[in-house]
Design a protein around this ligand. Structure first.
Ligand code: ZN
Length: 599
């Protein structure tokens, strides 16, 4: 047994104090380290940089400890039990690290718990010490198994091994809690932060959603599940999946609150986030790439399959909302068309293939810069649309992606077999009749290793859904004359700061760059609010003069405007679908369940 003691030592200074006790350390000298990344988020984050100080002792005598690389320590040989005491700075609001102040404590084990080399399979005990001077109303929430705790949750917890220990984030603070059951299994939603959320409403909708996911796979892989949500300001958003819990952070304005009009889009995004992380409990936590099963947390674990694990999950997160009746078919198609529009506005789709995007996640997806849309695609976004294309393709042959998911669960998830890099394509071919094998091979080569656009319009037509692409806003404005565009993306806010300049567009050809702040068009002051509108009124080919600051230098650019591209997708249900299309649509989106009343 390895014991970890956690103290909320100094909330004002954001310091946790941790003691790790190793009862039978390596007699040649114990090695310990802290992970460099957290499963579910593929970036080297070097959590050890937040360790402020460390000391070791053995039966009360100091033991020499030497740091051997950025996150590894070597203790001198000792006989008896070895104790390491260290403090960890924690002031990161995201779901990936740790946070401590006078209002709240939160941590992932990857930030706090040293990995004891050679003892990765040893059971772990974790004791959360009740802070003496903090608010008496504080409670604890975690997916970890409680061994002996008080009614607020302070006390001792157990984990079967180090992997389980770091897969159970802990939230401590003033918590609003609602329990519910789905598929007969206890679930909880625990909310911290400032909010006035209607938790009963949220619990009711989550119950519907969780019941749907459990029925989809035929069983739940956990005996209880916790949604741990931090309600934050408008710029905070994120989620991280765990085996029997998830950490979520979202704007409090997305949550329904009594007596206030519902932010429909925000709430749909919140339910989508919950759906996404919950689906991961099967898909990526248990149906796992072999590369992740064998991963070492000190260095990158490469896979070309994140389009399967993140893309399929992103596809099913919103599909589950429409299938369970939480959103309407129109809402679902709107969400889908927005994804298609986002991909159409990413020039990088003609540059980077989907498998490459997955492999390079460690250096690209999590480290975006001004060139990102020109050089990359997201395996979430394109992965979800490849999942859609694959599902629609399979449905044309009386099969579906649902069948593939269930086979993945039975063959890999349930048995704990790691998914090899070529397994998905083989499995899909197995499930389908042999006559479409060649067709599928071409599909995968195009979708995963190629950069041409997916034939979505053609694939979705048999389902009675019309796919249209037009210039942004053209349909609404009933524009007859062609409008112009610079090919830029602006930052939020008052000044017209360019975050991105798209490849080949008018702004790029004139020499404008990401980071430039445009101040005038033809000598007249502009802002983020009116720059694109003013340009859109010009006929394509118009010469305009733009003044902008690059860093602190004023520069002038002569721009020749280009025709605004047709990159806005709309998907609409056919008003007179054939019986065959209606049948296909019902099979895909589920029979029209009554959309739960949105009060
Ligand atoms: Zn995900």
């Amino acid at each position: 047994m390895i014991e970890y003691d956690v103290r909320l030592a100094s909330p004002q200074a954001h310091l946790f104090e941790v003691q790790c006790t190793i009862f039978n350390p390596d007699p040649k000298g114990q090695t310990v380290s802290l992970p460099a990344w957290i499963p579910g988020s593929y970036l080297i984050r070097d959590f050890a940089r937040h360790i402020v100080s460390m000391a070791a002792s053995c039966d009360g005598k100091a033991v020499t400890i030497t740091k051997t690389d950025k996150h590894t320590w070597q203790c001198a040989p000792c006989s008896g039990s070895l104790q390491l005491r260290y403090s960890v700075y924690a002031f990161d609001l995201s779901v990936r690290m740790a946070y401590l102040d006078t209002t709240r404590a939160y941590f992932n084990g990857t930030s706090l718990f040293l990995q004891v080399h050679g003892h990765e399979d040893t059971a772990c005990g974790m004791t959360l010490h009740k802070p003496k001077h903090l608010d008496k109303s504080w409670q604890v929430a975690t997916g970890m198994t409680a061994e002996k705790t008080d009614k607020r949750g302070f006390g001792r917890y157990l984990a079967a091994n180090y992997a389980e220990l770091i897969d159970c984030p802990v939230e401590i603070g003033e918590l609003a809690v609602v329990d519910f059951k789905a598929g007969g299994i206890p679930h909880r939603i625990v909310v911290s932060g400032r909010h006035q959320a209607d938790l009963k409403r949220i619990a009711r909708d989550l119950k519907t959603l969780c019941t749907h996911h459990i029925a989809f796979f035929g069983e739940a892989p956990f005996s209880r599940y916790e949604f741990m949500l931090y309600a934050a300001g408008d710029d905070q958003y994120g989620g991280l999946e765990h085996s029997n819990s998830t950490s979520l952070i979202c704007p409090r304005s997305w949550l329904p609150s009594q007596g206030e009009q519902l932010n429909e889009k925000g709430y749909q995004d919140f339910l989508g986030l919950c759906s996404h992380e919950y689906f991961h409990a099967w898909h990526v936590k248990r149906i796992r790439p072999l590369a992740f099963q064998q991963a070492e947390l000190g260095r990158e674990a490469y896979t070309r399959m994140l389009w399967v694990f993140e893309g399929f999950t992103a596809y099913y997160d919103s599909l589950a909302l429409v299938r369970s009746g939480l959103i309407s078919r129109e809402d679902y198609l709107k969400d889908l068309s927005e994804s298609i529009t986002r991909l159409l506005r990413t020039p990088g789709r003609t540059v980077q293939a989907l498998e490459e995007s997955s492999f390079d996640a460690w250096v690209k997806l999590y480290r975006p810069d001004e060139n990102t849309p020109n050089a990359q695609i997201s395996y979430y976004l394109k992965g979800s649309l490849v999942a859609l294309a694959l599902d629609l393709t399979l449905r044309a042959y009386n099969s579906s992606l649902d069948e593939v998911m269930r086979a993945l669960w039975q063959q890999y998830g349930k048995t704990g077999t790691g998914v090899t890099e070529d397994a998905i394509e083989k499995l899909v071919a197995q499930i389908c009749s042999p006559d479409i094998g060649q067709h599928l091979k071409k599909f995968f080569d195009m979708a995963l290793r190629g950069t041409e656009d997916l034939p979505l319009a053609e694939l979705i037509a048999p389902f009675g859904v019309e796919y249209k692409v037009a210039v942004n806003g053209a349909a609404a404005k009933k524009q007859t004359q062609q409008s112009s565009a610079l090919g830029i993306k602006l930052a939020n806010g008052g000044e017209a700061k360019l975050t991105h300049v798209y490849a080949g567009a008018a702004a790029e050809q004139a020499g404008l760059a990401g980071g430039d702040v445009v101040i005038a068009l033809d000598g007249i002051k502009v802002s983020a609010q009116n720059l694109e509108k003013l340009v859109s009124r010009k006929a394509p080919g118009t010469k305009i003069r733009i003044h902008a600051f690059r860093r602190d230098e004023l520069m002038e650019f002569k721009v020749v405007t280009q025709a605004a591209p047709a990159d806005s997708c709309t998907l609409t249900l056919s008003s007179q679908p054939t019986p065959q299309a209606m049948q296909l649509l019902d099979n895909w989106l589920g029979k029209m369940a009554s959309v739960s009343a949105r009060e």
